[in-house]
Write a protein that binds this ligand. Structure first.
Ligand SMILES: *[C@@H]1O[C@H](CO)[C@@H](O)[C@H](O)[C@H]1NC(C)=O
Ligand SMILES: *[C@@H]1O[C@H](CO)[C@@H](O)[C@H](O)[C@H]1NC(C)=O
Length: 253
């Protein structure tokens, strides 16, 4: 009788212990295959460069993030370290604080910037200028991408491989008919800056004083004003807007 009561009183404790155990086992079983595969390579090919892809999105776009995680859940090309993070501004709802905490625990792929959610009021500036402070490592390249583009990581990495690692501005040059990467700026659907330019954006007055307006056009204007990005590369026609859709899905590479 006493023993029975003891078991019942311990039931909540046992259930929570079981849940924690399941959580741990689940995490381990997801992580170990990666661990094994890198151990199995006798001579892992050295990473030639690293790329951070920040997908600018909103906290409430849960389904979009889950979809993109599935798409990008494949392995990076062996010669490049590619990290993908979802980037949004301050959380504003109690529900977001709970759900996004869980996402961070599970996937560790979220960057929350100190800003109020916006598109053309400085979010792109906040993104680039915050990175040197908030990242624990630097990257050779940093990309800003929208959450309605599809990136094929291998062609993207192959196209970056031969390019300069510094003073680089890469993307899909606007206006659409322009084939000159210096005329005039890279489309906001997805563009890449080398790390020195990210550091410059974080430290220079030029971007800091000019953050309101079409976010992609501003980046081009900052770089021109600062006489930066002497290396420019427009990856047409590999990058494109999906034909016939003005506001729909963008195709990339
Ligand atoms: C974002 O949230 C932080 C922490 O709650 C707060 O200190 C900061 O003022 C907020 N920033 C904006 C722009 O709302
Ligand atoms: C940026 O703004 C500050 C304060 O208004 C001003 O002192 C500085 O000269 C400006 N810098 C540039 C590069 O426009």
């Amino acid at each position: 009788m006493n023993q029975k009561r003891l078991v019942f009183s311990m039931l909540p404790l046992m259930v929570s212990a079981l849940l924690i155990a399941i959580f741990v086992v689940f995490n381990l079983s997801v992580k170990t295959p990666l661990f094994y595969s890198s151990n199995l390579q006798n001579h892992p090919s050295p990473k030639q460069f690293s790329l951070l892809i920040g997908i600018l999105t909103r906290a409430d776009n849960y389904d979009r993030r889950h979809f993109l995680r599935l798409i990008y859940g494949i392995k990076s090309p062996p010669f490049a370290q590619i990290d993908i993070k979802f980037v949004f501004c301050n959380l504003t709802k109690q529900e977001q604080r709970v759900l996004i905490s869980l996402e961070i625990l599970r996937f560790n792929d979220v960057i929350i910037l100190n800003c109020f959610e916006n598109m053309n009021n400085g979010k792109t500036y906040t993104y680039f200028s915050s990175l040197p402070q908030i990242l624990s490592q630097s990257y050779d390249y940093v990309m800003k991408a929208d959450d309605d583009v599809f990136l094929r990581l291998l062609p993207l990495a192959l196209s970056l491989q031969p390019l300069p690692r510094s003073d680089l501005y890469y993307g899909f040059v606007i206006p659409c008919q322009s084939m000159n990467p210096f005329v005039s700026y890279m489309s906001g659907m997805g563009f890449v800056l080398s790390w020195d330019l990210v550091e410059w954006i974080a430290s220079s007055d030029i971007p800091r004083n000019d953050t309101f307006g079409p976010e992609d056009k501003l980046v081009g204007r900052w770089l021109n004003a600062g006489r930066k990005a002497r290396n420019r590369f427009s990856n047409k026609p590999a990058m494109y807007d999906y034909p016939g859709s003005k506001d729909g899905i963008n195709g990339l590479l």
